[in-house]
Design a protein around this ligand. Structure first.
Ligand code: CS2
Ligand code: MG
Length: 427
C-alpha cells in the first residue's frame, strides 16, 4: 500500500544580503530623563530607530531586548514588518504586558524607519500620505492656585498652543499629579517631569472628595478668563471610582471639556458603562493599555471618545494603526500619549501615523529638554499650535552617540500616592 508523503513546510526565503539585519543595539541614555532606544542596521547600512522606554522600569525592557530579542533579529529580513511583529508576539507564548509590548514596539518602529528609508520617503507617505496639514497639539498648564494656573495657560498660548490641559492643586492635598513647582516628600520640587531621580518613589497624597469639590470651580475660572472657544482637557490619572468619575463628568459639563482622561483605573473596562450613562463629557483612556484587546469592550460599546495609546506602549505602528482603524469604525478618534517619557523617536512615529490616518483627534505634546534633543536630532516641528513630522526620509530622527555618552542611565521612579489614612491609592 502506498502512502502519501507528508507535506513539508514551505521554506521562508532567505533575505537579500542588503535587507538582512546585520546589527541590533540597545542604547540606554539619560539626557535629563531615561530613554531606551533600539537601533537596527541592515546589511547595506540602513539604520532604523525604535523607542523602548518604559518610565521607571527601563532596564527590564533593555534586558528583554538585549537578552531575548536581539539574538532572534540578527539575519532576519528587515522588510518583513508584519511577519516579525507576529513572530515576536506569538512565539514568545507569554503575550501582552508593558515590557513585552514596548520591546516589540521598538523593533516594529525601527523596521518602519528602515522601510521608509529604503523607499526614500518620509514614513507618513508610506503609511498612505497626509490626511491633514498638521496635528493639533495640547500642552500641559498647571498651577498651585488659580492665578498661577491662569498664568500658565497664558504662557502656553504665547508658546503657540491652541489646546490646553488643565491640572491644579487641591486644597488640603500636599502634592498632586501634573502640577509643577509643588514641594515633594523628599524636600525637592515636583517640576514638570513626574519621574524623579530618587532611591525611593516620592509620596503624594490624595482626597477624592476634596478634588471633586474643587475642580469645577477651577474650570469655571479658566472659562471666565479665556472664553468658550479654547479646547480644555483634564487628566483624572486613574484616581476615581466609577460613580465619582460620573459625578465629575457631570459637574464639568458646563465647561465643555475636550476630554476627561483616565477617569477610572483603566483595567476595569466595564466601569466606563456607568460613567457614560451619567455624562456627556467626552472620555479618553488608554495610555497604560498595551494591546487592541484592552480597547475591545470600550470601542464595541462606544464607551469612549479618544484612544490614548502610544506607539511605544502598544506594540508599535503596526499595532496602533490597527487600534486606530478599529476605533474609526465607531467614530472614535485618536489622542496619542505624548509625555516626555515617549522619546523623540516614539513621538516621531506618532506624528507620522497621526498625519496619515483619517480619525486623528489631537496629539499630546510635553516638549523634550534641550539635552534630550541633543541626543535625538529630530525633524519634527511645532508651529502655530500644530505638529508635523517633517520631510526627512524615514522617521526623521538621528541618534547622536557622542552626545548620549555624556548622559549615563540614572535610576528614577514615578511617584506613589497614599490617602490621608495611609492607604496606598492609584497614582
Ligand atoms: C500622563 C503621563 O501624559 C499624560 O497624560 O498621564 O504624564 C504619565 O503620568 C506618564 O507618562 C507616566 O510615565
Ligand atoms: Mg494621562
Amino acid at each position: 500500500m502506498s502512502t502519501t508523503p507528508l507535506a513539508l513546510p514551505i521554506a521562508v526565503p532567505e533575505p537579500a544580503e542588503r535587507d538582512a539585519i546585520a546589527r541590533a543595539e540597545v542604547l540606554v541614555a539619560s539626557p535629563d530623563r531615561n530613554f531606551v532606544t533600539l537601533r537596527l542596521t541592515t546589511g547595506d547600512g540602513l539604520v532604523g530607530l525604535g523607542d523602548a522606554t518604559l518610565n521607571g522600569r527601563e532596564l527590564a525592557v533593555a534586558s528583554y531586548l538585549a537578552d531575548h530579542v536581539v539574538p532572534l533579529l540578527l539575519g532576519r529580513d528587515a522588510q518583513r514588518i508584519e511577519d516579525t511583529w507576529q513572530f515576536l508576539y506569538r512565539s514568545a507564548y507569554w503575550r501582552r504586558g508593558p515590557v513585552t509590548m514596548a520591546a516589540i514596539a521598538a523593533v516594529d518602529v525601527a523596521l518602519w524607519d528602515i522601510k521608509a528609508k529604503r523607499a526614500g520617503m518620509p514614513l507618513y507617505q508610506l503609511l498612505g500620505g497626509a490626511s491633514r496639514a498638521g496635528l493639533m497639539a495640547y500642552g500641559h498648564a498647571s498651577g498651585r492656585d488659580v492665578p498661577e494656573l491662569l498664568d500658565s495657560v497664558r504662557r502656553h498660548l504665547d508658546e503657540g498652543f491652541r489646546s490646553i490641559r488643565v491640572q491644579t492643586s487641591v486644597p488640603g492635598v500636599r502634592t498632586v499629579y501634573g502640577v509643577a513647582s509643588q514641594p515633594t516628600s523628599t524636600g525637592g520640587r515636583y517640576d514638570y517631569e513626574p519621574a524623579q531621580r530618587v532611591p525611593l518613589p516620592v509620596e503624594e497624597d490624595w482626597d477624592t472628595r476634596a478634588y471633586l469639590r474643587h475642580i469645577p470651580t477651577v474650570f469655571e475660572a479658566v472659562r471666565a478668563e479665556f472664553g468658550p472657544g479654547l479646547p480644555l482637557l483634564h487628566d483624572g490619572h486613574h484616581r476615581m471610582r466609577p460613580i465619582e468619575a460620573a459625578k465629575l463628568g457631570k459637574s464639568l459639563e458646563p465647561y465643555d471639556l475636550f476630554w476627561l482622561e483616565d477617569c477610572t483605573p483603566a483595567e476595569n473596562q466595564e466601569a466606563l458603562r456607568l460613567v457614560r450613562q451619567h455624562t456627556t463629557t467626552p472620555l479618553a483612556i488608554g495610555e497604560v493599555f498595551n494591546t487592541a484587546w484592552d480597547y475591545q469592550t470600550l470601542l464595541r460599546e462606544q464607551l469612549i471618545d479618544y484612544v490614548r495609546g502610544s506607539v511605544t506602549h502598544t506594540g508599535g505602528i503596526t499595532a496602533l494603526r490597527k487600534i486606530a482603524d478599529q476605533a474609526a469604525m465607531y467614530q472614535v478618534r485618536t489622542g496619542f500619549h505624548g509625555p516626555t517619557d515617549i522619546s523623540p523617536v516614539g513621538m516621531a512615529a506618532a506624528l507620522h501615523l497621526g498625519l496619515a490616518i483619517h480619525n486623528f483627534g489631537i496629539q499630546e505634546l510635553m516638549p523634550h529638554s534641550a539635552h534630550t534633543l541633543e541626543v535625538f536630532r529630530t525633524s519634527c516641528t511645532f508651529t502655530g499650535g500644530y505638529l508635523h513630522p517633517g520631510e526627512s526620509v524615514g522617521l526623521g530622527v538621528d541618534y547622536d552617540d557622542e552626545a548620549a555618552a555624556a548622559f549615563p542611565y540614572e535610576p528614577a521612579y514615578l511617584p506613589t500616592t497614599r490617602l490621608h489614612d495611609g492607604t496606598v491609592h492609584d497614582w
